[in-house]
Unconditional design. Structure first.
Lengths: 243, 74
């Protein structure tokens, strides 16, 4: 048997530039490097592509305009007119996660969205932001969010508990969904890839499967970025319109 | 029972988590086919919602897969 490879190896964090701040380890790692790469790629795409400002757009400009309009429609469909101020935040989240997922699909690259530390901190920022928006817009009337209107009063004790729990599990379900999808998908690719060579001439069977799973992973990469964004929209809508 | 064997059995048991999402995804596509058959004009809007619900349900299957893989290789 060939030397044993662990399919979880690809998620290892390697320190590129060690930086220490007191007891804190804030080293520049391969994860940070890929985040910088994703931000740079998005910035370059959005800045250079729309630079010509042509009335008949070229291919790059169409790409930039399509992604802009895609999110603009998502925001107006889910939040309405009040969603305008949050467009830039939602667009940034979408492009950052999308590029993170897609950069991870390159062989030998690192997927920073496959780490719970990254996704949970994004989800917690959104959660805190949504709560602050709700308090600013509605003050203490925000607490009526936990008791939907028109509910029989004897159901209130049960319903309030359920609503409060479901409100506080939001950041966890949001972050675990993205992280688990990315981690399981990439591990699955490695596991199926491990069958190709040991099977010899029959190796084309798992290879065909690998091609199909890679296609599926591209779909999942886009879909999970979309889900993260649309749920952010729904949460902000909840905060603005209270159900 | 030695730990290696227990790990393999545990990973196999973790895949039982695919049952629920399998039923759920089947229900989603069945509902999509039904509703598009009744009202083909609304296909676009319904399909978007169907994909979102698909991803939400599929995430549950992925949790089970992640657990199984973590037991095997973690």
């Amino acid at each position: 048997m060939a030397e044993k490879h662990n399919p979880l190896e690809q998620f290892e964090i390697q320190t590129l530039i060690p930086i220490r701040l007191g007891n804190l380890d804030i080293s520049f790692t391969n994860s940070s490097a890929f985040m910088v790469l994703a931000v740079a790629a998005v910035a370059i795409l959005m800045i250079l592509a729309v630079r010509p400002r042509a009335s008949i757009p070229g291919r790059w400009q169409i790409l930039a305009e399509l992604s802009y309009e895609f999110i603009a429609r998502l925001v107006s469909d889910n939040i309405g007119k009040d969603g305008k101020p949050y467009f830039s935040l939602i667009f940034t989240i979408f492009m950052f996660i999308l590029f993170g997922n897609f950069l991870g699909m390159l062989p030998y690259s690192f997927t920073f969205t496959s780490h719970i530390a990254v996704t949970l901190s994004m989800a917690l920022v959104i959660f805190v932001l949504v709560t602050i928006i709700a308090f600013f817009k509605h003050g203490t009337r925000f607490f009526s969010f936990f008791l939907p209107a028109g509910v029989p009063i004897f159901l209130a004790p049960l319903l309030i508990v359920i609503e409060v729990i479901s409100y506080f599990t939001r950041p966890f379900s949001l972050s675990i969904r993205l992280f688990a999808n990315m981690m399981a998908g990439h591990t699955l690719l490695k596991v199926v890839g491990g069958f190709v060579f040991p099977l010899g001439i029959l190796g084309f069977v798992p290879l065909a499967g690998l091609v199909a799973i890679t296609g599926l992973e591209f779909l999942i990469a886009f879909l999970q970025a979309y889900i993260f964004t649309i749920l952010t929209c729904i949460y902000i809508n909840d905060a603005i319109n209270l159900h | 029972m030695d730990v290696e064997a227990a790990k393999l059995i545990g990973a196999g048991l973790a895949t039982l988590g695919f049952v629920g999402p399998g039923i759920g995804i089947g229900l989603i596509w069945a509902a999509l086919i039904n509703s598009v058959g009744r009202n083909p004009a609304a296909a676009g809007a319904i399909t978007t919602t169907a994909w979102v619900s698909f991803a939400l349900v599929e995430a549950l299957a992925i949790f089970a897969l992640a657990i199984a893989l973590l037991i095997l290789f973690g």
